[in-house]
Ligand binder design. Structure first.
Ligand code: FHN
Length: 437
């Protein structure tokens, strides 16, 4: 007898080609905006403020009572994302604090019961779709407000023994929370049209942690895939060893050294990164990455076959921090001339060896190699040989021109002058674009 799909660890069966087609837009677009926005934005000191300062629900209630983003203009947000070259956006519908930024049928702890009084998620979805961006929902599996979410290893009172765990959770029933969780994900997958990305966060399986059984991950994801067959789901439901259990892996806040693999096979990945170290608005945070760091982050992600989800933490009034605005504008001015070394690109073929201070991306459709010069000026600079294709590319003078030849010295007739050689900095011109012979 054929084992039921779940016993075979198959949640969603599709051919590799079908999965490639389903992820095609995401793999092509490469660059998205992450938005962490909630009651913690009112506190203005990190989205984990409730846990870090050990606040009770009552102590945290003042942020609910005050929340009224009177300056929120979703079209302005969407245009800033679009002009920065971002093609999709993922917004927190509910973060760990348990507050819902949408009109939920399953709780009063949501946006329509704050002074704002409207379904802000609907406004956001409509505006971003109108500007042509794909829509993603972040939803926190963790919930520090719900009375049945059991206190666990991530709680300041973290239990160390079974007795402690039992006494801390007297009266709490995780099965009740699990039903709530499934109901909320269902309404998000039902009430807002096509959802392109579902970004769930996060599992920590273990004796006092939470994993697939706690979330009901198998049933949850089957329901999601039935409601939104085209949706792309991240890897945080603790279903890494299930076929169809996830679509991309999510390294965050660090430099990815090489294209991640599973069983020796390269897998889809997206790194999520903040401007400043905090996901939620943090007024006094001063460790902001500069424009070059952010651009290199984007280029480096693509050079290793991945995506970048760059986070903005809006203020409680609905504004982006001025430093986020400046960074988005600078990235946009670079993307205006260079987006073809990002969209549709991936890691360069093995035979291309990126010299020091460069990053390579490659478009397999157009067969074009992109050389991103990270330092300036770059003079008389040789790129080591490419088997049978380009032997040498010599950047001359201020890299205002490039010679490509089959062999160093005997440039011969293969000389090619790149029409639009440019540098990463100043961020206003295209990079070197080499037609691979
Ligand atoms: O705890 C969250 C954190 O606040 C933020 O939402 C990040 C974004 O990927 N996810 C969790 C930490 O991994």
């Amino acid at each position: 007898a054929v084992l039921p799909a779940i016993c075979q660890k198959v949640i969603w069966s599709e051919t590799p080609e079908q999965k490639k087609d389903r992820l095609a837009w995401w793999t092509n677009d490469r660059f998205g905006m992450f938005i962490h926005w909630g009651l913690y934005s009112q506190a203005a000191r990190h989205e984990w403020v409730k846990k870090r300062e050990k606040m009770t629900n009552d102590e945290y209630q003042k942020y609910f009572d005050l929340f009224n983003p009177d300056l929120f203009d979703p079209t302005e947000w969407a245009r800033k994302a679009k002009e920065a070259g971002m093609k999709y956006a993922v917004i927190t519908t509910k973060h760990h604090e348990g507050f819902c930024m949408y009109d939920s049928d399953y709780t009063d702890y949501d946006i329509v019961n704050t002074p704002y009084g409207k379904d802000i998620l609907k406004e956001w979805v409509d505006a971003f779709r109108a500007e042509g961006l794909k829509i993603g929902f972040y939803y926190s599996l963790i919930d520090w407000h719900h009375p049945d979410f059991t206190i666990d290893s991530r709680h300041p009172q973290k239990p160390k023994t079974d007795d402690e765990y039992k006494s801390l959770n007297k009266g709490r029933d995780m099965a009740v929370y699990r039903k709530y969780l499934h109901n909320q994900v269902r309404e998000l997958m039902t009430n807002y049209g096509q959802v392109d990305i579902l970004w769930l966060d996060f599992s920590y399986p273990g004796k006092y942690g939470k994993g697939k059984e706690d979330w009901g991950s198998l049933e949850l994801l089957k329901m999601v895939r039935e409601l939104q067959p085209g949706v792309i789901v991240n890897d945080r439901l603790d279903l890494k060893d299930y076929e169809g259990g996830w679509d991309f892996t999510t390294p965050e806040q660090f430099k990815v050294q090489q294209w991640p693999t599973e069983n020796g096979v390269r897998i889809p990945w997206e790194t999520c990164q903040t401007f400043s170290g905090s996901w939620g608005y943090y007024r006094d945070e001063h460790t902001w990455k500069d424009t070059k760091q952010l651009l290199v982050l984007l280029i480096e992600s693509v050079s290793k076959g991945g995506n970048l989800l760059l986070n903005v933490g809006p203020t409680a009034r609905g504004m982006f921090d001025y430093r986020a605005d400046q960074a988005l504008e600078a990235i946009g001015s670079w993307m205006k001339f260079n987006d073809r070394s990002i969209y549709g690109c991936t890691q360069a073929p093995e035979e291309f060896e990126a010299p020091d201070h460069t990053l390579l991306t490659y478009n397999p459709e157009t067969n074009r190699l992109y050389v991103h010069l990270l330092d300036y000026p770059m003079k008389n600079f040789l790129m080591p040989g490419f088997a049978g294709k380009i032997k040498y590319a010599q950047f001359l003078h201020d890299a205002s021109e490039i010679k490509i030849g089959k062999s160093h010295g005997a440039w011969g007739k293969e000389k090619t002058r790149a029409q639009d050689v440019n540098l990463l900095l100043p961020v206003t011109k295209p990079n070197v674009e080499i037609p691979v012979i």
